[in-house]
Design a protein around this ligand. Structure first.
Ligand code: FMN
Length: 201
């Protein structure tokens, strides 16, 4: 029985949106080409219309376009694959996603047993992050999301008391000849379970 239920996973996925999703990749080498203000406006509008816990919209966005400031800003980033600064491939725009303290410090979120608001606030912040990447992708703009080293972010970014900036988004155009990176995902059968295969209690 479990096998036949999982048979639908063998079907071919449909729709253009999936093509857009799959065409997005993390870009780690950017050319000098700037992102137009029109495109930036569109990308920020995609962020603004993101869903959030209780529609609290716990975010603010810091747009950085000055090369010197971008260099400084990126010093708080956690580099996994690439250090833009070292390779002279800085993105022309970086957007810092700021989480406002008041939305995760207790007033909002689930009361008592849960850490008030923290999970909801962080999960909410992922929504504009993804929306901005996909909106950029639709406009032909490459992107890369970078974690921020919290202790360093306070050194390089002016944040109001208690606010934090857990993530930043680099935007621009991929440098011609950029190194290809192998991109993979786990097979769908490994990550999707039904009540039969996972055993709902
Ligand atoms: C929340 C989040 C944080 C990330 N932080 C970093 C980072 O600090 N450094 C980095 O090199 N890549 C970072 N990435 C990019 C991931 O490594 C990348 O998305 C993953 O390897 C899959 O590759 P793809 O984006 O090309 O599909 C981050 C991605 C996400 C969603």
């Amino acid at each position: 029985m479990a096998k036949s239920i999982l048979d639908f996973l063998k079907g071919k996925p449909k729709g253009n949106f999936l093509e857009l999703l799959k065409s997005r990749k993390s870009t780690y080498e950017f050319s000098d080409r700037d992102v137009s203000n029109d495109d930036l406006r569109t990308i920020l509008e995609a962020a603004r219309w993101s869903p959030s816990f209780r529609n609290l919209q716990p975010w603010e966005f810091v747009v950085v376009k000055n090369k010197g400031k971008i260099t400084k800003f990126l010093q708080s980033a956690h580099y996994g694959f690439y250090d833009f600064g070292k390779h002279g491939s800085l993105p022309p725009v970086v957007i810092g996603l700021v989480l406002k303290k008041k939305y995760w410090s207790g007033e909002y979120g689930f009361p008592s047993t849960d850490k008030a608001g923290v999970f909801e606030a962080y999960m909410s912040l992922a929504m504009p992050a993804m929306n901005m990447m996909l909106s950029a992708q639709e406009l032909g703009i490459a992107s890369c999301m970078l974690n921020v080293r919290e202790s360093l972010s306070y050194k390089f970014v002016h944040l109001e008391d208690g606010d934090c900036m857990p993530i930043m988004l680099c935007l621009g155009y991929e440098k011609p000849g950029a190194k290809e990176r192998k991109r993979e995902r786990k097979p769908i059968e490994q990550i999707v379970h039904t009540e039969f295969s996972a055993g709902v209690k």
